[in-house]
Structure formats: C-alpha cells, structure tokens
Design a protein around this ligand. Structure first.
Ligand code: HEM
Length: 209
C-alpha cells in the first residue's frame, strides 16, 4: 500500500519536475525565455489546489522514501538498488530545503521566486560553493532516481544488459543536462545580471559582483 502511494505521488512530482527542468533548460535561450516560460507554467502549478497537492506529495515522498531507506538499510547490494537509496536521500534533503526556500522567499521576503532567486546563490561567493553543486546534484539525482525506477519497472520485459544500458543512459543524460542548466544559470552562455533585491539576500549590493 505504502509502495503504491509512493509510486503515485512520484508520478505527480515527476510530471512537475519534467516541466520544471525543461523550464530551467530554457535558460540556455536567455533569462527572458526562462522567466516567460515560468510565468506560463505558474498558471497551472500555482493554482492553490495544484500547489497544495504538489507540496503535499513532496512531504509524503520525503517521509515515505526515508522510511524505505531505513527499513532496507544494509540490504542493498546491486548498483541500481544502492543508487536509488543514495539519489532518494539527496532528493529528500534537496526538496525539503528547496521548497522551504521558495515558500520563504515568496511569503516572507516578498520576492518573485523566479530565475534570479535561484541564480543569485550561484553568483555570490562563497555561497556559490554550496549552490552550484546543490542544484547540479538535484537534476542529476532526479534522473538517477527515475533511471532506477525504470530499471526496476522493466525487469520482466528486458534482459539485464539492456536494462543496465537504459539505466546508465538516463544517468548520463541527467548529468549532461544538469551541467548545461547550471552553466546557463551561472552565466556561462550569456551574461547574467542579478538585480539588487536578490543580491541583498546574500548581503551584496548591486554592481559589486
Ligand atoms: C537546477 C535545478 C533547479 C532550480 C534552479 C530550481 C529553481 C526553482 C525555482 C526558482 C522555483 C520557484 C518557482 C516559482 O516561483 O514559480 C522552484 C520551485 C520548486 N521546485 Fe525547483 N529548481 C530546480 C530543481 C528542482 C528539482 C529537481 C525538483 C524536484 C522535483 C524541484 C522541485 C520544485 C518544487 C516542488 C517547487 C515548488 C513549486 C511551487 O509550489 O511553487 N526543483 N524551483
């Protein structure tokens, strides 16, 4: 029962993540393209009912996922089995911090939690030492976690060698996409100018970077 609920809630989060990561991929085309797409997507995921469902699923996913990790502690020997627990633990940490930070930024700091809200931390040293790997690992971890799910779901349809290739392929795709997204946010493709109100959250004034 708990496994079924975990999988159903995963489908909702994965659907959001698909659009959310595609949104971040749009940063390659420039900050405006990212912000424009986010404003369009918000019309759906910011609907109170949709947002409540999403945040509820995130909370449930983190708790049920950690329960599975603890229950099977020391029993995972296969590569994908271990990767599932490791990527799941990272996602639990990331999602708790990430969603709290977004709600905090919006509710208490009164900021528009758009491209600049995420990018600011990647631009201000020494915070960038935390935020660059933090976001990089998030995209890599969700691909790795989905790769493990696919590896398991295909167990009766494909032989092990093919399933392994599918799994590794998804992990590599995640690493590459993550590197592209982080490079775009960090200003590697085009200059990114962070507005003062976002820099102020890190104690920086505009024009000091
Ligand atoms: C490069 C990686 C990522 C960046 C830069 C990023 C950035 C952001 C930003 C800026 C928001 C605020 C959106 C808004 O105000 O409309 C947000 C919200 C959110 N992100 Fe991410 N995100 C990343 C990866 C992920 C991943 C992998 C997940 C996993 C599913 C995720 C889940 C969420 C959730 C659940 C919300 C809250 C949506 C809401 O209720 O408004 N994010 N993210």
């Amino acid at each position: 029962m708990l496994h079924t609920l975990h999988r159903s809630s995963a489908v909702i989060i994965a659907l959001f993540a698909l659009f959310h990561i595609a949104n971040h991929g749009a940063a390659v085309a420039g900050v405006e393209a990212h912000i424009q797409l986010m404003e369009n997507l918000r019309r759906v995921y910011r609907l109170p009912l949709v947002e409540a469902l999403l945040v509820g699923c995130v909370l449930f996913q983190v708790c049920s996922g950690l329960y599975f990790v603890i229950r099977r502690f020391g029993e995972r020997h296969d590569f994908f089995d271990r990767l599932q627990a490791i990527s799941g633990c990272y996602l639990a940490f990331f999602l708790l911090v990430h969603v709290s930070a977004v709600l905090f930024g919006r509710g208490l700091l009164g900021l528009d939690t758009n491209f600049f809200y995420a990018a600011a931390g990647m631009h201000v040293f020494p915070y960038s030492l935390f935020f660059l790997p933090y976001y990089f690992l998030a995209v890599a971890a969700i691909f790795a976690h989905l790769a493990c799910a696919a590896h398991w779901l295909l167990r009766n349809r494909l032989d092990t060698a093919v399933r392994d290739r599918v799994g590794y392929g998804m992990c590599v795709a995640g690493l590459v996409l993550s590197a592209v997204i982080i490079t775009a946010f960090a200003g590697g493709f085009a200059e990114v100018k962070i507005p003062g109100e976002y820099l102020a959250t890190y104690g920086q004034a505009e024009g000091t970077l």
